[in-house]
Write a protein that binds this ligand. Structure first.
Ligand SMILES: [Ca+2]
Ligand SMILES: [Ca+2]
Ligand SMILES: [Ca+2]
Length: 218
């Protein structure tokens, strides 16, 4: 990385009720079946988000297409220093996907492999893996375009808009995700939101604002 300030993760807490969620992913009452449906739908939605070319598997080409989308949102050529950093960060994101999801090692992540890995990583798993932390750190470093070590509302909106969130929703999403109200999205806030997204089907939780609402409806 260059000399830009880093956003250091503070201690990470697992604030979600893992016990409840395990129950939701298992088979129990009709109520938890609803919950399971919403959460499965969220996993399948992010899968569809990552499968940019829609061929039913996530491959390196999809990850590059996502990098391309963010480069366009930043108005940054892939050949600039920042552009190269972004593509390298997405290379590492792909390596992480392969390491965690591509169980049969065929260079493609199937919906089943992805579902299994997300449940393992965010629902039944223990602490968040170090390489996931690193990928989030890199993403937020990229989004911190003025390099002051803080991802403010304007900077975060670029990421959310690249994900398809409407301009009007970006401010609301930021307010929900900035849970300590310091005007910036920290690594911890982002990771807590990701876990929340995959484990808490309630509306208006921080996690529900990570992706456009249309992606979350069962
Ligand atoms: Ca694909
Ligand atoms: Ca900043
Ligand atoms: Ca904050």
């Amino acid at each position: 990385m260059n000399g830009r300030a880093h956003l250091h993760p503070k201690g990470l807490n697992n604030t979600t009720q893992v016990g409840d969620v395990r129950c939701a992913y298992g088979v129990a009452s009709p109520q938890s079946l609803d919950m399971k449906q919403v959460l499965q739908h969220r996993i399948d939605s992010t899968f569809a988000h990552y499968d940019v070319d829609g061929n039913g598997v996530i491959e390196l080409a999809d990850v590059y297409a996502l990098a391309e989308r963010l480069l366009r949102a930043f108005g940054e050529p892939a050949s600039s220093e920042r552009g190269r950093e972004l593509v390298e960060a997405y290379d590492r994101f792909w390596e992480m996907l392969v390491a965690h999801c591509d169980t049969d090692r065929d260079g493609q992540v199937s919906p089943e492999e992805y579902r299994e890995a997300m449940i393992q990583m965010f629902v039944t798993g223990g602490p968040i893996e170090a390489d996931f932390l690193e990928v989030v750190q890199q993403l937020l470093d990229l989004v911190d375009t003025d390099g002051d070590g803080r991802v403010d509302a304007g900077e975060f909106a670029v990421l959310l808009r690249a994900r398809g969130l409407g301009a009007d929703d970006c401010g609301v999403a930021f307010a929900h995700l900035d849970t300590d109200g310091d005007g910036a999205i920290s690594v911890q806030e982002y990771i807590t939101a990701v876990r929340d997204y995959y484990t808490n089907p309630a509306q208006d939780t921080p996690g529900s604002w990570l992706y456009p609402e249309a992606l979350q409806r069962a």
